[in-house]
Design a protein around this ligand. Structure first.
Ligand code: NDP
Ligand code: HSE
Length: 450
């Protein structure tokens, strides 16, 4: 920090980096008033500086950002970027684990603070980077990494700090929620809805990270670490994406009163402290508040022992909502309170225990099942017998007269069942010669108090 200005460096000038420039241009005067000194963007590192230098005036002409960024601010030379000793806060909005992780570590080691939106990096190297920050009296702020503009990180770290959290249920991927909404409400095909999400700037550079559930799993690993004070890692999360979903099941679920959501679920047993961590398409009763979150919106429901249920919803992706979180972190660091608070938080996260995570087979839940059965006597009885032998009880069944080549879809809803027992039963059912194609199973989520 120079005496006059608070100097910032930034890696990345894409969707989110562009939003940061726009926010600094729009509200710079207000930030100066609050902080007592202006924030100044000294240097921006990108992969291809020439391309950005040629287009920077045109790109930001709507934002009136000529005083914030110019061709001279932009470089693709790493040594030039790191040679400027005047910057005290670095914003990392490049993405990916390498080389972003090394740039973040290098910045923290020099005692400078980092703001990042990069959940892949935190899920892979978060504990190491928290430790590095703590050792060098620097802070690492990451509000934008989980649920975009929703201040869920700040809520878990500070606002809900008094509570023992038993569960966290989140719509954590805007791209998937957008795709599911388009498919459910407008009958859009999966492929068209994904293309729209990419055009709107929600999707990751590699959208398979979104649709396979990996992006949500990275966010869930970070949020579970904050909620439960444990060193949860992406590999602790059982993941199933929306790329496996069939429109037929979305329609059958709707008949039964359920909406499908890709939910990240982190639960901790009150009795033995064991956790379950999973991301998967789930049916949620349409009366539940979280079922009514549509489009690119995200939502996170947290259950704390004192506060009860708290749900936050907002835009989980996109340029300005994400920039809102990044610039808020920036202001909180520049104001001085975040580094002091972080010093305590970092050591508690780094010293958190290893999570005791149950295997997905041990999970108990209700399930929606769909079988394509030969339409003849006794088939349903055989299926019910296999389920019954596995201690799985049926609570509802649904069949329409829509026979195709002698097979009819039959939907069954179970009472609570162990996922492992169900998996074994389904493979026995699939082996019956009266069953066509693999049975479908989708978890039904019964939210606490619902
Ligand atoms: P973009 O792909 O739009 O932009 C990435 C930027 O980083 C580009 O300017 C690129 O340079 C630069 N960059 C990439 N790799 C390097 C590198 N090795 N060295 C220097 N510069 C590099 O990404 P987004 O802005 O969408 O995302 C940035 C981060 O924010 C990611 O971690 C993402 O997960 C996270 N995020 C994004 C959200 C969104 O809605 N988009 C929401 C929440 C988080 P160049 O332009 O030259 O290629
Ligand atoms: N691709 C992510 C999403 C961006 O769709 O939610 C926010 O992390």
């Amino acid at each position: 920090m120079s005496g006059e200005t608070i100097d910032i460096a930034m890696i990345g000038l894409g969707t989110v980096g562009g939003g940061v420039v726009r926010m600094l241009a729009r509200h710079g005067d207000e930030y100066t008033r609050r902080l007592g000194r202006p924030l100044r963007l000294r240097r921006v590192l990108v992969r291809n500086a020439n391309r950005h230098r040629q287009s920077v005036n045109e790109t930001f002409k709507d934002a009136g950002a000529q005083t914030i960024i110019s061709a001279d601010t932009i470089t693709d030379d790493v040594d030039t970027f790191f040679s400027d000793a005047s910057t005290s806060i670095m914003i990392e909005v490049a993405g990916g684990v390498d080389p972003a992780g090394d740039y973040v570590r290098r910045t923290l080691e020099s005692g400078n603070h980092v703001v990042t939106a990069n959940k892949s990096l935190l899920a892979a190297r978060g504990i190491e980077l928290f430790d590095t920050a703590a050792r060098h009296n620097a802070s690492l702020a990451f509000e934008a990494s989980c649920a975009g503009g929703i201040p869920i990180v700040t809520s878990l770290l500070f606002g809900l700090a008094a509570n023992r959290v038993s569960g966290l249920y989140g719509i954590l991927n805007g791209t998937c929620n957008y795709i599911l909404t388009q498919m459910t409400q407008h009958g859009t095909t999966y492929a068209d809805a994904l293309t729209q999400a990419q055009q709107l700037g929600f999707a990751e550079a590699d959208p398979s990270l979104d649709v396979t559930g990996q992006d949500a799993a990275q966010k869930l690993a970070i949020l579970a670490a904050l909620a439960f004070g444990a060193r949860t890692h992406e590999r602790d999360v059982t993941v199933l994406g929306i790329d496996t979903l069939d429109l037929a099941d979305i329609k059958f679920g709707a008949e039964l009163g359920y909406d499908v959501k890709l939910l990240g679920i982190a639960e901790r047993s009150e009795t033995n402290g064991r956790m379950s961590l999973g991301v998967q398409p789930c049916f949620v009763h349409r009366d539940e508040p979280i079922a009514q979150i549509y489009g690119s919106f995200n939502a996170v429901s947290v259950y704390g022992d004192a506060v009860g249920h708290v749900m936050q919803m907002g835009r989980g992706a996109g340029q300005m909502p994400t920039a809102s979180a990044v610039v808020s972190d920036l202001i909180n660091i520049a104001a001085g309170w975040y580094p002091r608070a972080f010093a305590k938080v970092a050591s508690s996260i780094a010293s958190g225990g290893m999570p005791d995570v149950i295997h997905a087979d041990e999970l108990t839940a209700r399930f929606y099942l769909r079988f394509n059965m030969r339409d003849e006597p006794g088939v349903m009885a055989k299926v019910a017998t296999i389920l019954g032998t596995a201690d799985i009880s049926i609570s509802a069944a649904l069949q329409h007269e829509q026979i195709v080549d002698g097979f009819v879809p039959v939907v069954v809803v179970t009472h609570n069942a162990k996922q492992g027992r169900l998996r074994e039963a389904l493979s026995r059912i699939e082996a019956l010669d009266t069953i066509y194609a693999s049975p479908v199973s989708i978890r039904i989520v019964d939210l606490p108090g619902g």
